[in-house]
Design a protein around this ligand. Structure first.
Ligand SMILES: Cc1ncc(COP(=O)(O)O)c(C=O)c1O
Length: 442
């Protein structure tokens, strides 16, 4: 909008989070891809669209409806009401989520400790809103971190303190140091947010012994852990998956955040949080943190669309509540793409070749993301040039750090492309990097 447009409000008079890079980042990235629709996108962390099936959505809805009538004994008008009326704040597929966690993750969860949310994004918002009790509260988060978490924290005025991630996924010495430093400064670290499996954006996973050490440290420091796990099912090898933190959690230290966006459908906008921590109310009655989160939810989205929940519930029921079983095709497509991308990087940037040797990349054991490190800072201007002159999109890693320091890395995603598009995208990326190296050398 031109500066001469009549203005009614100034962003300076709105919540300070508005205009913050954490909130504008996603819009910026979407705008770039809209401006260059012909560019190959290795930026989007969206699931593969070729498997989307509209007819299956109708079937899932019917499956869940039959479950209400046949398995749960609801009369037809009750079942219709459950699907179409305002409903239970904590959701109507909580029992199936509990079953899914038992089947796929070996986690025993009381369905009453589950809140079904409008995507995992709402779950993060509810938890952060609840934990931010006063101005001394801070959130620790393993850096680089998911920008949706940083943005949600901004909206509830909760400062985010970065904790080093490193190759182990979380640097425990740094975590302990940050907790103590915050406390020494009179602050109260409320929790540490992390993604133990194929993190977004780093792709790094935490191994099982380190998970146990992390839980020990959390107990020692009396710290909650917020475990976000949207990518855990997409491991590329056929060995066993490491247990989630929640599966190892014997002391109710872990608040578990789940998303069905990558494992069922992002368009359903359904996620959930398992919050079994016991909370004493003002009357002395004790209930799960989930009940407090539900109270916030009742003032934000009232309840998650029951129609959308039914679609997720139906998909779960059709696969014995196993998302592992429901995602065999998806897992193999992502594995194929990840291997193809890593091999393609190795071919285009062989060790010892001029300039190319300075280009390095991660080789994650699964998930959607590979991080490429280059010998110069990667910023939005470079992305714009990449899209305009070379027709390839990716994400500057700087978007995942909560400061303005230059970052020499970019994130590539393999989830929404074919191997042929990976090839085209990598050819174009190689051309961009070669141009940039030449430009800087000259
Ligand atoms: C780490 C992480 N958490 C949460 C989300 C948001 O999930 P949802 O679409 O369920 O809100 C994403 C989406 O990309 C993500 O990468």
């Amino acid at each position: 909008m031109a500066a001469t447009e009549p203005v009614d409000l100034s962003v300076a008079d709105l919540h300070p989070a508005l205009g913050d890079p954490a909130l504008t980042s996603m819009n910026f990235l979407n705008e770039v891809s809209e401006r260059y629709p012909a560019a190959v996108s290795l930026a989007a962390g969206r699931p593969y669209e070729e498997f989307f099936d509209l007819a299956a959505v109708h079937r899932h809805l019917d499956t869940f409806h039959r479950h209400l009538v046949d398995d749960l004994g609801h009369r037809p008008e009750q079942a219709r009401r459950l699907l179409l009326q305002y409903g239970r704040t904590k959701g109507i597929v909580h029992h199936l989520i509990a079953r899914n966690l038992a089947v796929d993750e070996g986690i025993t969860v009381d369905p009453e400790d589950v809140v079904v949310t409008v995507g995992c994004q709402e779950a993060m918002f509810l938890v952060l809103r609840a934990l931010r009790a006063g101005p001394a509260d801070v959130l620790l988060a393993v850096a680089p971190t998911y920008v949706g978490l940083t943005g949600a924290a901004r909206l509830v005025d909760l400062p985010v303190w970065p904790v080093a991630g490193g190759s182990a996924g979380v640097d425990l010495a740094d975590l302990a140091a940050q907790v103590r430093q915050a406390r020494a400064a009179g602050l109260r670290p409320r929790a540490c947010y992390l993604m133990p499996d194929f993190a977004n954006p780093s792709g790094v996973s935490i191994d099982t012994p380190h998970r146990r050490r992390l839980l020990d440290l959390a107990a020692q420091e009396d710290l909650l852990l917020l475990e976000d796990n949207p990518y855990g099912l997409f491991h590329s090898d056929d060995g066993p998956r490491p247990p989630t933190l929640k599966a190892l959690d014997t002391g109710r230290r872990v608040v578990y955040l789940g998303s069905f966006a990558k494992t069922v459908l992002p368009g359903a906008r359904v996620g959930y949080v398992v919050a079994d921590q016991r909370v004493a109310g003002p009357d002395g009655r004790v209930g799960p943190l989930a009940d407090q989160l539900a109270m916030i939810k009742s003032m934000v989205t009232v309840n998650t669309s029951p129609i959308a929940q039914a679609v997720i519930g139906g998909r779960l029921l059709e696969h014995g509540c196993s998302l592992v079983a429901a995602n065999t095709r998806e897992r193999s497509a992502y594995t194929r793409n990840l291997r193809h991308l890593v091999a393609g990087l190795a071919r285009r940037f062989p060790a010892g070749a001029d300039g190319a040797a300075a280009v390095r990349w991660t080789v994650p054991a699964g998930g959607f993301f590979v991080v490429v490190t280059v010998p110069f800072p990667v910023d939005d201007a470079l992305l714009d040039r990449s899209a305009r002159d070379h027709g390839v999109l990716w994400t500057p890693m700087a978007h995942f750090y909560d400061d303005t320091a230059p970052v020499h890395a970019l994130r590539l995603s393999v989830s929404a492309v074919t191997p042929e598009q990976v090839d085209v995208g990598l050819d174009r990326l190689a051309a961009l990097l070669s141009d940039e190296l030449t430009r800087r050398a000259g």
